[in-house]
Write a protein of this length. Sequence first.
Length: 156
Amino acid sequence: MKEFSDIKLVISDFDGIFTDGKLTVYSDGSCSKQIDYKDIMAIAILLKKGIKFAVISGETSAAIDILKQKFPEIDVFQNIRKKIDILNNLLAKYGINKENVIYIRDDINDRECLEYVKNPVTVNNAHFSIKEITNICITKADGGQGAFREVIDALL
């Protein structure tokens, strides 16, 4: 993991970063996802250090709602298809530029944002095409296995 400097905002996807990307569907139609508590602790550490955090997800998830309840100060965007617009809105909201952002994503629908920021990060089990982005940092951990915590530990 490379060293990061002057980071003011961390933006992450949810599925594939905080989770292993798998969805368990039960016979009654309910679903579940697992989150590594190390990653939740990393959010608390990040916020304590005064760094903003946002989740931009292409899906809607009760797990993301729970994160928002636990950390009301974070920015949460769900069911988003055009993520670059949200990214630019966050930069404007906080008065920062793309050099001050770590953006953590894992799949092809995230490519535009990963190529836009100075500090793109992906997980070890990301789609191969994302791992080929110039200047991308790849975690040792897979998504859902403490990869987000790995990034925050490197940052701090």
